[in-house]
Structures are given as C-alpha cells and as structure tokens.
Write a protein that binds this ligand. Structure first.
Ligand SMILES: [Zn+2]
Length: 225
C-alpha cells in the first residue's frame, strides 16, 4: 500500500499478514540492490498465497553476496527489474501487516527507499519485526538469528538464506511467537507503549528506573516503574 508516510513498527501478533524476505547485493539500503524478494500471505493463520521472484539488479552481484544466498549473475540476467517487481509486490500485500526478521533495520529500508525513488510515495503498511518479539519472548536465548529461532522451535532450516525458504521458516516462527505473546509467563513481564504499540523497556536514568518506549527517539513515551 503506497502512502505518504512510512509504515510503523508494532510489537504484536496478528492473524492476517504478509511475511517477506529480501536477498540483496549487500547491506546498505542506499547503495545496494535487491536480487530476490519472496513473500507468503497468511490469512487466519493459513497460507493463502505466495510471491517469489529473482530481480535483475542491473549490476554484478558481489562474490561475498553470492556465497551467502547462492544467487549468481546468470540467474538474474532475464529477471525483471525491481521497479516492476515492487509494483507487483505492492499489489500483493494490499494493506496487510508486513512481517519479517530484522526488517526494521534492513528489509523495510530497501523497499521504502525504492518506492520513494520510483514513485515519490512510500510503502505505508505497518509492520512487525520478529527480532524484538523473539528477544521479548525468549530472553534466555543468546542468539536471535532466524535459524537460531527455527532450531529452538524444531522448525526445518532447509534452504536457509534463499528468500522463500526464509519466509516459510519465519512464518512458523511468528506463529510460535504469537502463542508465546499470549502466555501469562511472557505477558507478566511485558508492557506495550500506549502511544505507538512497541515494547516498553526498563531503563535507568538519573532518578532511578523507569519504563521507556523501545521506539525511542521517534517515540519518547515514559512512565514510572
Ligand atoms: Zn512508543
């Protein structure tokens, strides 16, 4: 859904969403390009549709990127360019929530910037990042990569680092996290910001401990412990 304002992160479970993942030529949304985008539409907890395509980045794929995602130049030669793909993706997602792992600091930045460059509008869908959800629900873990979470839940990690396989893994992880978020063991230690819907975190300041929004500095909500 295109709009004037970038969508906002929410820390919660929803039953209807599009989980998505990008593979890229590198980690910088300002200078790197998308080479694969995949998505699974989930309605009422069930897979309703999938979207997956390689993307021609119109530049060579760096060796180190191909080593991670096993996508090579010859594979994207005849693929559509991202301007066409993002238009189709935008139709696919409608106004649903977007879900993904570490999308707040990575994937969202790529699709926001591309939409803004192409059309002067941005992707306005609100989104849920499974990384902060996992940290909140599973504080006992020491690593929070998608494969770490999949292993924890005994979910298959076959095909990891290709976009559609990662979406499928993340769909299952998100459904598990949704159950955690409804369990008293997790909700007892959880507070959501009443202004923006992201987790509150205990912080210490010069007057002692307080609850502060994890969306700081965009959201400056605080309350006393
Ligand atoms: Zn907030």
């Amino acid at each position: 859904m295109l709009g004037d304002k970038r969508g906002r992160k929410q820390d919660k479970y929803v039953r209807d969403y599009v989980v998505f993942d990008l593979e890229t030529t590198g980690i910088n949304a300002a200078s790197d390009a998308v080479i694969e985008i995949s998505a699974i539409k989930v309605l009422g907890g069930r897979t309703a549709d999938t979207f997956s395509t390689l993307v021609n980045p119109q530049r060579p794929i760096p060796y180190h990127a191909s080593q991670v995602n096993h996508i090579f130049d010859h594979m994207v030669e005849d693929a559509p360019i991202f301007r066409e793909v993002l238009a189709d993706f935008n139709t696919f997602i409608g106004d649903l929530f977007l879900v993904g792992h570490n999308i707040h600091t990575f994937d969202m930045k790529f699709i926001w910037k591309a939409a803004e460059d192409y059309w002067g509008k941005t992707i306005a869908n609100n989104y849920i990042d499974t990384l902060p959800l996992a940290k909140q629900c599973l504080p006992q873990l020491t690593h929070y990569k998608l494969v770490d979470l999949a292993s924890y839940y005994h979910i298959s990690t076959d095909g990891a680092h290709r976009a559609l396989a990662d979406c499928s893994m993340n769909q299952k992880v998100f459904e598990k996290l949704g159950k955690e978020l409804a369990s008293p063991a997790v909700t007892a230690n959880m507070r959501l910001c009443p202004k923006c819907g992201q987790f509150l975190k205990k912080r210490s300041g010069k007057y002692g401990e307080f609850w502060g929004c994890s969306g700081y500095p965009a959201c400056r909500y605080t309350e006393n412990v």
